[in-house]
Design a protein around this ligand. Structure first.
Ligand SMILES: [Cu+2]
Length: 377
């Protein structure tokens, strides 16, 4: 028997296992199965601590950065669900009767009074993303993406998350500068968590669930966009929000396709799209008039791929790389929005026509990340 075959002493194996899990969880990489082993050891090293506005079920993950706590891993609480997929709880219930709707990309006006109060629910729900496909969604407020939020720099955003789902969820706003261990921590079923922040910079910011494994939670639908406008308004424009995401889907079962964690790890998506529906703005375009300035607030939610944003037959007068009106570059054909990033794209429609807007990484454009901007005379 060589050294590698020798049985590891029980205490050493447990220590190594805990060390590995601690590191994996700290990186939000806890994976189904691995975390289950952690749970079965019965050797938890810290206890839940409720403080702040969190309920007693929320945890601090106090040995780890971020909110990753392997006891709250998505795989733990529903061992009967289809392994490694989003077909949990009510995520697939009623899917055949779920109707399709176009996701309105219009940027709503900023919240009045300098204060945004949001009370959202983390929900499992089927979401129909095309006539022939419903996905088993993990959602904020029942849709993919979650709602658009619009405020101005310096406004107060007061956010409450209530978790209606069996699996823990959380909220991570990229527009916030805040202690993530406190505010972005996981919330268990029936509990709520409130936090408040004031955005420091303007821009298109992603929000998403940050519960481990983050890949699974974003990949199953828990993401969206908060637009932070500068205090001094940008030039008048027709403003739209485009959030690109990928879907990694298992085969249909009972009229629904669940998100597949192993496919997410392989990063070869079935669908890439804007605002949660492949080709939706080809079927029902975005419409403006000649002479309009058009401003796209583009977020790439990933979970793993960028958006190489381009409008066929147009050039961007300006692309704000961040903090508009600062950081503008001009005369741009295509610019890449990183996963987890957001940028602002402006063009002026000088001539009428139908202008496709695409992810110019065409393997992804072909999978649904394409729409049409109709400019009417
Ligand atoms: Cu989540």
């Amino acid at each position: 028997m060589n050294e590698q075959d020798a049985p590891m002493p029980q205490d050493l194996r447990a220590t190594d296992r805990r060390t590995f899990l601690s590191r994996a969880a700290a990186l939000s990489l806890a994976i189904p199965g691995v975390a289950l082993v952690s749970c079965s050891t019965g050797q938890q090293e810290h206890t839940d601590t409720a403080h702040g506005a969190a309920g007693p079920g929320a945890t601090t993950g106090n040995r780890q950065p971020h909110n990753s706590d392997s006891r709250l891993d998505s795989s733990l609480l529903e061992p009967e669900h289809r392994a490694g997929t989003s077909a949990t709880g009510s995520a697939a219930v009623g899917a055949p009767n779920t109707t399709y709707h176009r996701w309105d990309p219009t940027l709503p006006p900023p919240a009045p009074g300098g204060r945004v109060q949001l009370h959202w629910h983390a929900r499992e729900a089927p979401v129909r993303i095309s006539d022939d496909t419903a996905v088993a969604g993990w959602t904020f407020e029942g849709d993919i993406p979650g709602p658009i939020v619009h405020c101005r720099v310096g406004d107060t955003v007061e956010f409450t998350l209530t978790n209606d789902a069996d699996i823990p969820h959380s909220m991570d706003f990229h527009a916030a500068q805040i202690d993530p261990k406190e505010s972005f921590k996981s919330v268990v079923k029936g509990q709520s968590l409130t936090f408040t922040y004031r955005p420091k910079h303007a821009g298109a910011f992603m929000y998403h669930c940050g519960t481990a494994p983050v890949l699974m939670h974003i990949g199953s639908g828990m993401f969206g966009c908060i637009v932070v406008s500068p205090r001094e308004p940008l030039p008048p424009a027709k403003e739209f929000v485009l959030v690109q995401n990928e879907f990694y889907l298992a085969d249909a079962a009972q009229g629904v396709r669940a998100s597949d964690y192993q496919k997410m790890l392989n990063t070869l998506p079935d669908i890439v799209c804007f605002n949660g529906r492949p080709n939706q703005y080809v079927k029902e375009p975005i419409r403006v008039k000649v002479g309009d300035r058009v401003r796209f607030w583009v977020v790439s939610a990933g979970p793993s791929h960028p958006c190489n944003f381009h409008v066929v037959g147009e050039q961007f007068d300006k692309v704000y790389l961040g903090a508009p009106p600062g950081n503008a570059i001009t005369g741009v054909q295509t610019f890449t929005v990183a996963p987890g990033g957001g940028m602002v794209f402006e063009l002026v429609c000088d001539v009428p026509g139908e202008f496709p807007f695409v992810n110019h990484g065409f393997g992804h454009g072909q999978k649904g990340a394409v729409g049409i901007l109709v400019v009417e005379s």
